[in-house]
Design a protein around this ligand. Structure first.
Ligand code: PRP
Length: 507
């Protein structure tokens, strides 16, 4: 912000936010931001729409900021970002006497499949309006959607800019977009101090966070590259730590666990070695409330396998709720990106020299895949399913399809009931979404997109079929919820942090 009115605008905005109690602090249970970050501070700009006098003042300041910083004739239209940006965009468009559109987070999925609603003229210079931004990352999606639809987007206006994450301006700058805002956390902090809002200790805590939002209370102990195989070094570091992640082959993981003699050291192991061990908590909190509680207190946590997580999450609720008998015959296959196959497989795919690798490839055809024991045990099946994994020529993403006949299920249970049981079971799970039955809008012209959960810790579950034959499909990122995302989720639970800290459910 540059204009001469800016200090007045920033102060007034901060005063409004404070007076309307739109400024929240919670250092014990942090808020989860859209970016997936945990934050002890939160601004509720949505609340402003219910206060007409405050709203009018803010919109008047928005108008003068936009005219001052962008120009009087530099904008042809105003677009609001779904959802919170839309009312503010409407008021600003009205004040500037400009057309308005709104942008969905993703295309509607059916009908015109539109992501932009309203009339957009090719080449129009569009100002994107949102309520606020933390690290600006979700703005990129909106700008790109507008540009794809033919707009020129050079400016984003928000009422509030956190201005504490280094990348909030740079990620926009990289795509040629400038950020404009009425106020930042620094304005709120200054005004809160001068008007004696909140007690000094709270403001002190908040200020510490604002100055170093990325710094958490974790100290990372690293082993020197050339000491990775030095047992004494590994023993010393593991026993100094409160928590150690083991990302090793099974034999090395077992050996590392024998090195632990500090009773306070928690181990989170990503190998197959301990996933069926009764002294280890299986790191899938969505299994049941009791499982989540167990992970919170466990000293040994085994992170589930990628195929296993997707399979168990599809099947376990059906057995737990008595809809599927434990001896139900199941056949399942998984399609996975090649990053799950380790360094050698990644190199083979990336060299691009073997034409056979362009086709999907079945493997583990002895029907003894190493995830079968945990799949059987944690789904609570009486016998292992028939399971065939398939690796294909894409880097990451995984979908496990499980097939069964309704005649083996409880009487009267068809695919709709299977979907309903899964939807209810995961209703409050932050990382699991169960699609409506036969959700064709989730398909791309009838085809399933395996990679939709990539770069998230999310699992999407689908049910398709008819009264006789049913399939469930669970998709996840094999590098997210299928591996390191799951490990972080377990760490968050074990350390008493917000379960979603550092993770995201949004692609
Ligand atoms: O820090 P940024 O990446 O810029 O994201 C900030 C946006 O996230 C929140 O909305 P949300 O995405 O939760 O959507 P909603 O308005 O539909 O609830 C918030 O209201 C902002 O609009």
């Amino acid at each position: 912000m540059t204009g001469s009115n800016h200090p007045f605008i920033a102060d007034t905005t901060a005063k409004i936010l404070l007076e309307l109690q739109a400024v929240h602090f919670n250092t014990v249970n942090p808020f989860m931001l859209t970016s997936g970050r945990a934050s002890p501070v939160y601004i509720d700009c949505r609340k402003l729409i219910s206060f007409p006098r405050a709203r009018r003042t803010l919109m008047s300041m928005a108008e003068s900021t936009i005219l001052d910083e962008i120009g009087f004739e530099q904008i042809d239209a105003v677009a609001g970002g779904e959802t919170a940006g839309i009312p503010f965009a409407a008021w600003i468009a009205d004040r500037l006497m400009l057309p308005m559109q709104y942008v969905r987070k993703k295309p509607k999925g059916f009908g015109r499949n539109a992501q932009i609603e309203g009339h957009l003229t090719e080449g129009a210079r569009v100002l994107l309006v949102e309520d606020l931004t933390t690290d600006s990352r979700s703005k990129i999606n909106f700008c790109e959607a507008l540009r794809t639809a033919g707009a020129q987007v050079n400016h984003v206006f928000v009422l509030f800019h956190y201005d504490i994450f280094a990348e909030s301006r740079s990620v926009l700058k990289e795509i040629g977009v400038e950020l404009h805002a009425l106020a930042t956390w620094w304005d709120v902090l200054r005004v809160a101090k001068s008007l004696n809002y909140f007690d000094p200790a709270t403001l002190d805590e908040v200020e510490k966070f604002l100055h170093a939002p990325a710094a958490c209370e974790i100290e990372i102990l690293r082993i020197d590259e050339d000491k990775r195989k030095d047992v004494a070094q590994r023993r010393a570091l593991i026993n100094t730590s409160d928590l150690t992640f083991l990302c090793l082959p099974d034999t090395a993981a077992r050996e590392s666990v024998t090195l632990v003699d500090n009773p306070d050291t928690c181990i989170i192991d990503a190998s197959t070695a301990f996933r069926g061990h009764h002294d280890w908590a299986y790191g899938l909190p969505e299994l049941s409330p009791a499982q989540r509680t167990r992970i919170r207190t466990a000293q040994r946590i085994a992170v589930p396998g990628c195929h296993a997580s997707a399979f168990i999450l599809s099947v376990h609720p059906l057995i737990a709720k008595g809809v599927m008998p434990p001896d139900c015959p199941l056949s399942s296959h998984s399609i996975t990106g090649y990053s799950g196959g380790g360094k050698q497989m990644i190199a083979a795919y990336e060299q691009g020299e073997n034409p056979l690798l362009t086709s999907p490839r079945h493997y583990a055809l002895g029907l003894e895949h190493k995830h079968l024991p945990e799949m059987t045990m944690h789904a609570e099946l009486a016998a292992a399913p028939i399971f065939t994994p398939i690796v294909a020529a894409f880097y990451q993403g995984l979908a496990v399809t499980t097939c069964f006949y309704s005649r083996y299920l409880a009487p009267g249970v068809g695919p709709q009931q299977v979907q309903a049981v899964l939807a209810e079971y995961y209703e409050n799970e932050p990382f699991i979404r169960v699609a409506p039955f036969d959700a064709v809008e989730n398909l791309d012209q009838g085809f399933f997109n395996i990679q939709e959960c990539n770069h998230t810790n999310r699992v999407d579950i689908f049910v398709f079929g008819n009264k006789d034959r049913i399939v469930t499909i669970a998709r996840l990122d094999n590098l997210g919820k299928g591996a390191s995302g799951a490990a972080i989720q377990c760490m968050n639970l074990r350390m008493g942090a917000s379960e979603m800290a550092g993770l995201t459910a949004i692609a």
